[in-house]
Write a protein that binds this ligand. Structure first.
Ligand SMILES: CC(C)(COP(=O)(O)OP(=O)(O)OC[C@H]1O[C@@H](n2cnc3c(N)ncnc32)[C@H](O)[C@@H]1OP(=O)(O)O)[C@@H](O)C(=O)NCCC(=O)NCCS
Length: 191
């Protein structure tokens, strides 16, 4: 239910986050302990909702890169397109329930392939925590949750791209730089 009493729409089934066996399978160390159902005082971790347009979701993403001027209609159209791709897009957010603002987010994209007996692989993208909430283990929680989720939804591997300075952060979750592998990119618009 959203704050205005209208039924909200989740990008994916929230139940998927509840039975992750986080306590047994998490990778990072948490002191104090937090978990997906209890990410901290006045905080809630859940799938992205269509109402998050009004909860500062797009403004949070500006801490990562350019977002542009996106209308509510454009946001909802993109949200519905992502939702109608069955089980391919998993954006999780952390909301400060006192301010009703989204303060952290990350996305798992599941790609389907023919190789490896019609396998799927995962990519983790757009990991971000509002600067006022950094250092509270929320970034770790987001990456741990999506890494566990990638396995749960059947990915045979999960990968991500990051700057050199972020390698120590992602190493906490078992991500390694694979020898001989390079990330190559061709841009059609400048960074
Ligand atoms: C990277 C980011 C998501 C981390 O979120 P956070 O909530 O501050 O991080 P956490 O509190 O969960 O993580 C803390 C741990 O990660 C380490 N860490 C955090 N940011 C780090 C960084 N930039 N580089 C290396 N380690 C980092 C901390 O030292 C700490 O380690 P510890 O658990 O051993 O004490 C956050 O700083 C952010 O949003 N940055 C801007 C956007 C960005 O760069 N995103 C990543 C794109 S690849």
């Amino acid at each position: 239910m959203s704050t205005n009493g209208v039924e909200d729409i989740y990008l994916f089934d929230p139940e998927l986050l509840h039975d992750l066996e986080f306590e047994d399978q998490k990778c990072a160390i948490y002191k104090p302990e937090i978990n997906p159902t209890d990410p901290g005082e006045r905080l809630a971790l859940r799938p992205l909702c269509i109402s998050d347009f009004d909860k500062g979701y797009l403004s949070l993403l500006t801490h990562l890169t350019k977002v542009g001027d996106i209308s509510q209609e454009q946001f909802e159209e993109r949200f519905q397109m992502m939702k109608t791709q069955p089980s391919l897009y998993y954006t999780v957010v952390i909301e400060d329930t006192a301010t009703n603002q989204v303060v952290g987010s990350a996305t798992l994209v599941k790609e389907m392939h023919f190789i490896r007996q019609c396998a799927s692989r995962g990519r983790i993208e757009d990991v971000v925590v509002n600067s006022s909430y950094q250092g509270k283990q929320l970034g770790k929680l987001l990456v741990d949750v999506l890494t566990l989720l990638s396995k749960k939804v059947g990915c045979y591997k999960v990968s991500l791209e990051c700057l050199d300075k972020m390698v120590p952060f992602y190493s906490k979750f078992g991500y390694v730089k694979e020898e001989g592998q390079n990330y190559m990119c061709r841009r059609y618009i400048p960074k």
